[in-house]
Ligand binder design. Structure first.
Ligand code: UD1
Length: 434
């Protein structure tokens, strides 16, 4: 396993460039495969989840590569294979987007039920119900979802719980269906809007993205195009909290401040000073954070993906904070934070965090992507050395997190071992055109 050794106590200082959004990149790379001809995508982060989706699509027959300027080229014309491989799909829940792609493009899909972070049960039943409403026949055999449709036909679909993944998968499938699809209670996340803008630039007819009703008039053909994806609001939020927990001063560039509204408000409540510019923000923190209560919610509410990093900051806050998690079962990291001296009690979906004056370094393990980020932040503030194992989970969604932190003055050392064989396997074919 890859590890980070972090010696805490240095306030972070300097400027950090935020990468492109992982959660936008994944569906947009898949959407590029709905088209005829090449798409060139900019601001794509080089994290492991992105490499994984590229690898899955390559195995299905698409040509994908990064050029020397860091732009991702996607040429989907050879995509003929409708069976996605278990080995790659099981690593990431978002790989299930290829089901929507394959149904729309080939009328047939065989995709393993996906894996993902250890966040409790994360079913894909809403996705399957949606595909059925569009006319697909669905069965689950030997761990694979098998879907087939001679023709997808638009329909009115109510999505339970405003699921991001379901909204995206159904937008992918419906963009080339016959007739009109109306998605009700659709997710309003910026990544859904980014996908809608990209699909529209390829010739799709989509209205209402960013509201809870999205209307898609299916078209016969989409054409490849050039597109710059949005920057990662979760990575930006993670650096804001890293600044808060270490009492530092940072400038974050390549951000969309509007996407960070709820996170900025909560950081300000915690005592941080934040100034916004058009695509950068200046963050300042001094002394211990102030305890803040919060509840996660779909966008524009406070993102569940920042719940764990924020809780790490609250573990050294002045006072008691109450954090309620409404989206996923996401408190497994609490045991690890306790090993560092945090005082946290969990009752069902709520964590009660009594701020302590300091955390102390310990050996801990990342249990999922954002839990790993929370431990990194806690370690940056802790007294002494923290050894965090399971860092490959953090690599799934952060591009060069350790290098960026070092550049801001943090004392972070990375220790890699054979786990990176997988990373090498994923990245090698993407460095040149195959
Ligand atoms: C996406 C994000 C993830 C974020 C989450 C919530 C990506 C790649 N991942 O995940 O980072 O934390 O949104 O903002 O963009 N559900 C079902 N059945 C389904 C689908 C969802 O019960 O078929 C439930 C989930 O278990 C969860 C809730 O609906 O409780 C919302 O999940 P969803 O919005 O779909 O999350 P993801 O798209 O998986």
């Amino acid at each position: 396993m890859a590890k980070l050794l972090i010696r805490g106590g240095t306030p972070l200082k300097g400027t950090v460039e935020i990468s492109g959004s992982k959660n936008s990149a994944l569906p947009i790379i898949v959407a590029a495969c709905l088209a005829e001809g090449e798409s060139v995508l900019e601001n794509i982060p080089r994290d492991i989840d992105v490499y994984t989706i590229c690898r899955i699509l390559q195995e299905l027959g698409a040509e994908i590569w990064f050029d020397e300027a860091g732009r991702l080229h996607v040429v989907p014309d050879g995509l003929q294979n409708y069976q996605a491989s278990y080995d790659l799909v099981r690593r990431m829940r978002a790989s299930f987007y290829v089901a929507g792609l394959l149904l729309a493009r080939l009328g047939k899909a065989e995709v393993p039920l996906p894996g993902g972070c250890a966040l409790g049960s994360r079913p894909v039943d809403f996705h399957l119900k949606g595909f059925q409403a569009l006319g697909a026949k669905i069965s689950i055999e030997h761990g694979y979802v098998k879907a087939e449709a001679d023709e997808l036909v638009g329909n009115k679909i109510y999505i339970n719980r405003s699921s991001v993944g379901t909204t995206i998968n159904l937008m992918l499938a419906a963009s080339r269906a016959k007739g009109t699809t109306v998605l009700e209670n659709a997710a309003k996340e910026p990544e859904v809007v980014d996908l809608a803008i990209y699909l529209s630039s390829m010739g799709a007819r989509i209205r209402g993205a960013g509201t809870d009703v999205i209307r898609i008039d299916g078209v016969e053909r989409l054409r490849g195009t050039e597109y710059v994806i949005i920057s990662d609001r979760i990575e930006a939020g993670t650096f804001m909290v890293a600044c808060g927990i270490t009492g530092g001063e940072l400038v974050l560039t390549n951000v969309v401040p509007e996407h960070l509204r709820s996170s900025i408000m909560k950081c300000e409540e915690a005592g941080m000073e934040i100034e916004e510019d058009i695509n950068s923000i200046h963050v300042r923190a001094q002394g211990r954070p102030v305890a803040v209560d919060l509840e996660t919610a779909p966008y524009p509410g406070f993102p569940t993906d920042l719940q764990q990093p924020f809780a790490a900051m609250m573990s050294i806050a002045d006072g008691t904070s109450i954090i309620r998690e409404t989206i996923f079962d996401r408190f497994r990291y609490v045991d690890e934070l306790r090993r560092m001296g945090a005082d946290i009690k969990v009752e069902r979906d709520t964590a009660i965090i009594r701020g302590v004056s300091e955390l102390t370094g310990a050996q801990v393990e990342a249990t999922d992507l954002r839990a790993g980020a929370a431990l990194v932040l806690a370690a940056l503030a802790a007294k002494g050395e923290t050894e965090i194992s399971g860092i490959e989970l953090v690599d799934r969604g952060y591009e060069q997190l350790d290098a960026k932190l070092r550049q801001l003055g943090a004392d972070v050392e990375r220790i890699d071992d054979e786990s990176n064989v997988f990373e090498e396997f994923l990245t090698r074919p993407l460095l040149r055109r195959i």
